[in-house]
Design a protein around this ligand. Structure first.
Ligand SMILES: *Cc1c(COP(=O)(O)O)cnc(C)c1O
Length: 370
């Protein structure tokens, strides 16, 4: 049966490469507070992402919370989708804002742009869509709606590191795009995150806000948390960024193998390939239609597990079904999100996943069908 295949595996440089990168820190004794590694990572990331403005954070979640704060969004409603990681919704609620849930497109799993306008009222201040699994939202339509109604657009871009849309870095769309550099993401700084934005005045605000709101020795302008990225994380990022294009190319090979094996199988919906998107192949989701496939998602999940293969019910349950939100929101308001969450599985995906392992995974899945 072989070793267990994990659903993901963090990218790492060689130990030598990392040790080389952190040697200077022993000489300088400068470990955090926008040191040399932090500034270098910021610079190389801006170049890589085609970003004019970028701030680093301790994680992707704080990038979202502090972006909302820096945009001056402290009360009102924010339209988002419940088909996401809990962080997105927590960031809205913890900022004193009210999430309003919009349904998703059942083929690319991002917010259904045509349903946004029906949710806008005088209290709406922003839209916070999620680029799910690396699938890009309907950017032009969302921008058009936001401009018409005077709303800010903050993208949860945690899944889209390294992507371009129409040849431009994905972070350059909307007012702010927030990225996660968590260990399980396509690019990691162990824990970490970034916000990419248009408005130059956010440079100073975000850099102060993530450091308790401190302006200088005697002035503190905001009631901010500590959300700074430290030098060891930045050094990890510098190393990982050198290899990220290779990693994405290898992920593309894994995705291709999955497609060769699963394309056209009755009852299995594969991720939509989007035009004009350079994908990062962050995840490989399959949506299982029990009536057509003959077996439901949970049975396939268990069968994979029994065969030592880790898949993930991601995102299940949807945010509005979680204990902390279920009493306040009605998950049946977003039927497509609810349905997809019950049918979706993300399959193992990482750069070094071998073709023979992909074949083993696909053999188990196919053996579940009729
Ligand atoms: C990972 C993730 C986050 C949170 O990022 P952290 O770096 O873990 O704080 C937010 N939203 C989505 C969609 C994510 O996948």
């Amino acid at each position: 049966m072989g070793n267990r295949i994990a659903v993901t595996r963090s990218s790492m440089p060689s130990l030598d490469e990392y040790v080389d990168e952190i040697k200077e820190l022993w000489d300088s004794h400068w470990l955090t507070n926008a040191g040399k590694k932090h500034e270098e990572l910021r610079r190389v990331l801006m170049e890589y992402m085609g970003a004019e403005h970028l701030e680093l954070f301790t994680n992707g979640h704080m990038a979202i919370e502090l972006s909302l704060a820096a945009l001056g969004l402290t009360e009102g409603e924010v339209i988002t989708s419940p088909f996401t990681f809990v962080s997105t919704c927590h960031a809205i609620v913890r900022s004193g804002l009210k999430p309003v849930f919009c349904d998703i497109d059942p083929y690319d799993y991002t917010i259904d742009a045509e349903k946004i306008e029906g949710l806008i009222n005088e209290k709406t201040v922003a839209v916070l869509p999620i680029h799910v699994y690396g699938n890009v939202c309907r950017i032009e339509r969302i921008q058009e709606i936001a401009e018409k109604h005077g709303l800010k657009v903050i993208y949860d871009a945690a899944h889209t590191f390294g992507e371009t849309y129409k040849g431009k870095g994905i972070g350059t769309y909307g007012d702010v795009s927030c990225f996660s550099f968590h260990a399980t993401k396509v690019f990691n700084t162990i824990e970490g995150g970034a916000a990419v934005y248009r408005d130059p005045s956010l440079d100073e605000k975000l850099s102060q806000m993530r450091d308790f709101g401190i302006v200088d020795e005697e002035r503190t302008a905001y009631i901010g948390p500590n959300a700074k990225m430290h030098e060891f994380s930045a050094a990890m990022g510098i190393c990982n960024l050198r290899h990220v294009d290779d990693e994405i190319a290898k992920r593309a090979g894994v995705a291709e193998r999955y497609r060769e094996r699963l394309e056209g199988v009755r009852g299995i919906q594969l991720n939509k390939i989007q035009k004009e998107v350079r994908s990062n192949h962050a995840y490989f989701p399959v949506v299982i239609n029990e009536d057509l496939f003959g077996t439901d998602r949970d049975t396939v999940f268990r069968e994979l597990d029994r065969n030592n293969i880790g898949a993930r019910k991601y995102f299940y349950p949807i945010v509005t079904r979680l204990d902390c939100y279920r009493d306040k929101y009605d998950s049946s308001d977003t039927p497509a999100a609810l349905e997809i969450s019950k049918r979706v599985l993300t399959l193992p995906m990482y750069a070094d996943l071998e073709k023979k392992d992909v074949d083993r995974i696909c053999d188990v899945i196919l053996s579940c069908g009729r």
